[in-house]
Write a protein that binds this ligand. Structure first.
Ligand SMILES: C[S@@+](CC[C@H](N)C(=O)[O-])C[C@H]1O[C@@H](n2cnc3c(N)ncnc32)[C@H](O)[C@@H]1O
Length: 226
């Protein structure tokens, strides 16, 4: 089995005995390893692409998991019934797509006890959606591999937001001072500085856009005491 640290990272956030829906399950390894390790009781894997859908089915069969894991073809949460699973995993997609998957089946999504989300970008949009729709971000972490992977863990509840920048940095990462989090911040600053440089090359005057980017850089810097 091609298990990577990303699979284990997701499994770390799943309570033993949970039923899990993995949306965009690809190869199906989160569910297969989770059942093998006795963490996941049973799972549903959803795939919208025929290739990964067929491969996940083959993998589940090869690992004798047909009694525990059901691979379904379809879009987002459409193929999952309400209350079928406790936990929902959606990883390896853009934050906007993850948000749309949750929004398109809002009632179903609100019945999960825990969401384990791993957006590849646009996390601002995802966090804003979660915090405006009765979810609390209970944990966030950065995994450093070939690139930085962000994990957002949400449970039902309410969280007040007084500053929109919290959607950028994340309420948990804002308080977590570890090397992954600091690398994440440095990467954000690097990207903004690159945009700033490109803007300065084409524009002579300090425009409002430049001012906004400079302010954002200062905000990010304040979290790492730079
Ligand atoms: C880059 S892979 C990530 C796979 C795995 N979740 C991971 O984190 O490594 C994204 C997978 O999500 C699937 N996918 C994208 N949009 C989807 C949707 N709306 N519903 C179900 N699956 C989707 C893709 O077909 C692809 O297999």
């Amino acid at each position: 089995m091609k298990i990577n640290t990303r699979v284990d990272k997701v499994l770390n956030y799943i309570q033993k005995g949970s039923t899990v829906a993995d949306i965009g399950c690809d190869h199906g390894y989160v569910l297969i390893k989770g059942v093998t390790d006795d963490i996941i009781k049973s799972g549903i894997g959803v795939e919208v692409a025929k290739g990964p859908f067929n491969q996940a089915k083959i993998n589940v069969h090869e690992y004798n998991m047909d009694d525990y894991i059901n691979i379904r073809y379809g879009n987002g949460l459409d193929p999952v019934l309400i209350n079928e699973c406790d936990v929902c995993v959606i990883g390896g997609m853009g934050g906007r797509l993850i948000t749309n998957i949750l929004r398109d089946n809002k009632e179903k999504a609100s019945n999960f006890k825990r969401l384990i989300l791993q957006p590849m970008n646009s996390e601002f949009i995802l966090r804003k959606y979660l915090l405006e729709n009765n979810w609390v971000i209970v944990d966030e972490d950065i995994l450093i591999e070939d690139r930085l992977y962000l994990y957002i863990i949400a449970e039902k509840g309410n969280m007040e937001v007084h500053d929109d920048f919290i959607y950028e940095i994340g309420p948990v990462l804002a308080k977590k001072n570890n090397s992954g989090r600091n690398k994440y911040i440095k990467q954000k600053i690097f990207k903004l500085e690159k945009i700033l440089m490109n803007l300065k090359e084409v524009e002579v005057k300090e425009t409002n856009k430049i001012k906004i980017i400079k302010q954002a850089i200062e905000k990010w810097r304040s979290y790492i005491g730079d």
